[in-house]
Design a protein around this ligand. Structure first.
Ligand SMILES: [Fe+2]
Ligand SMILES: [Fe+2]
Length: 167
């Protein structure tokens, strides 16, 4: 099923999230301590400016409409909210530790879980949303998302990385 245009802003965010996850997987294992600190700082910025508003929009715009067609215990609701809470807990754990090794471990876990979450949303949550919502609900969802997510939101491109300019 083709992606409904009303969900495109969320899918664009997903692309940015996948870029971030891939960079963590690629760069973190061989990063020096200073480079790991830069990755952490960039992750925190992207979290505040991109991912946190994205999670909120998914819950307050998408799930809030999808739940009209489902029970609260439906896997779509439980998995989306559970994944968001797990990722939020990893960000809290990152903030609460000064231990560089623990921080690497949490960042690695965050990247892997973010990638898994995004792929699940694209394959399952968005497909089911397109199937369950009426055309009028999808249009309302699109307007709601447009009011919350900028056309060109902050990108996770890391200027300190030599390959960043190529992407
Ligand atoms: Fe999500
Ligand atoms: Fe998402």
């Amino acid at each position: 099923m083709q992606r409904d245009p009303n969900l495109v802003r969320l899918s664009r965010d997903h692309h940015r999230g996948l870029v971030l996850a891939m960079r963590i997987a690629r760069d973190l294992p061989r990063a020096t301590e200073a480079e790991a600190a830069t990755i952490y700082s960039d992750l925190r910025s992207f979290w505040q400016e991109g991912l946190l508003p994205h999670f909120r929009a998914e819950c307050e715009c998408l799930l809030a409409r999808l739940v009209r067609h489902l029970v609260l215990q439906d896997e779509l609701i439980v998995t989306t909210q559970g994944d968001h809470l797990y990722l939020e807990s990893l960000m809290a754990a990152l903030q609460d530790t000064e231990d560089p090794e623990l921080r690497r471990q949490y960042m690695g876990e965050f990247g892997a879980r973010l990638q898994q979450h995004i792929r699940w949303e694209e394959a399952i949550l968005f497909q089911r949303t397109q199937a369950e919502l009426t055309a009028a609900e999808l249009a309302a969802l699109g307007r709601d998302l447009a009011a919350r997510i900028p056309e060109s939101p902050p990108s996770p491109i890391w200027p300190t990385r030599p390959t960043a300019a190529a992407e």
